[in-house]
Design a protein. Structure first.
Length: 324
């Protein structure tokens, strides 16, 4: 038997040293997590997420301090007649919208996220600055960090149909951005499908010369789709734009996005926010974790999911909440 060479340094062995982070402290793989969840509920034919190899890249054509910037959101305007939509609200398919809408950036807006699959257990559903950073963008404009705020922001429907998102919604948003002479767009994702939707729209805008940056929490979905610039916020789905009731964190998140708009060296550039979620790391084990379901919970959640699908289908058929 060959003896080890005493001059060869020993190979480091795995250790549980405090110098290493806990296994749970890594980005959630939402594609895997949601696939296992829906299979556990008895659904077949797992969803096929958008995947691109080539990523478009439009450089900002002027200094950021001279650029006109818009905001694109998947949040929905509050509809009082559509049931609970505030803190603690269950998934509310009745509050969905099915066409692109626009709103004045000069006005305040009550936009909610009860209509999408955010992390209801851990995300804040009260401070809209966590998902709709219009106040932070106004502050940036006041400080002269951008040339101007576009006159309108745009609402993007969350739709599992990639074709409809690209051919209908992205085309509509591009036309509205062109009408407002927009130079750059900030897009914020909320639920898993929201992240795919904003990524597809970002790609479309880039292909037509408008620089974009996506802010989101589902890193695997955004990077699989392929976007030019991405600010990764490692927090619960629904709060990608900063921590609740913490304007400084929301300003920091936006500042990272604006800096990336101007300084990204090439496409597929991801910057991770240094912010840590205030409730530690346990939240990463809860969202759509099929391993934690009991059999009665599986049956109950399947029935609830089927009802959500029926409500959403009825809303699309009747064209409920469609506005320009």
């Amino acid at each position: 038997m060959t003896k080890p060479d005493p001059r060869t340094p020993p190979v480091a062995q795995p250790t549980d040293s405090p110098a290493f982070g806990p296994a749970v402290d890594q980005p959630i793989r939402y594609i895997e997590r949601t696939r296992a969840w829906y299979l556990a509920l008895g659904y077949g034919n797992p969803y096929g997420w958008a995947h691109h190899v080539d990523v478009p890249f439009a450089r900002l054509a002027m200094p950021l301090s001279k650029a006109r910037v818009t905001l694109i959101t998947t949040a929905a305007p509050y509809q009082p007649d559509k049931g609970p939509q505030g803190p603690g609200a269950p998934y509310n398919a009745a509050a969905k919208f099915f066409d692109v809408y626009s709103g004045s950036t000069s006005d305040d807006h009550d936009l909610r996220i009860s209509h999408v699959a955010i992390d209801r257990q851990h995300a804040d559903m009260q401070d809209s600055g966590c998902w709709f950073p219009l106040p932070a963008l106004r502050r940036a404009a006041t400080r002269g960090e951008i040339g101007s705020l576009a006159p309108r922001f745009h609402g993007l429907p969350t739709d599992r149909s990639q074709r409809r998102t690209i051919e209908t919604f992205a085309a509509d948003i591009l036309a509205r951005c062109r009408a407002d002479a927009v130079d750059a767009a900030i897009l914020v994702g909320n639920c898993p499908v929201c992240h795919q939707s904003v990524s597809l729209v970002a790609r479309h805008l880039e292909q037509h010369g408008i620089a974009t940056v996506v802010i989101g929490s589902a890193r695997d979905i955004v990077e699989r789709c392929g976007v030019p610039r991405f600010i990764f916020s490692d927090g619960p789905l629904g709060n990608a734009a900063g921590r609740p009731r913490d304007p400084a964190s929301q300003d920091l998140t936006l500042a990272l996005a604006l800096q990336l708009l101007q300084d990204a060296p090439a496409s597929s550039t991801t910057v991770q926010s240094p912010l840590r979620w205030h409730d530690g790391r346990a939240w990463k084990l809860d969202y759509m974790n099929a391993d934690r379901l009991t059999e009665p919970e599986r049956h109950r959640l399947r029935a609830e999911s089927d009802q959500v699908k029926r409500v959403a289908k009825a809303g699309r058929r009747t064209g409920d909440f469609r506005r320009a």
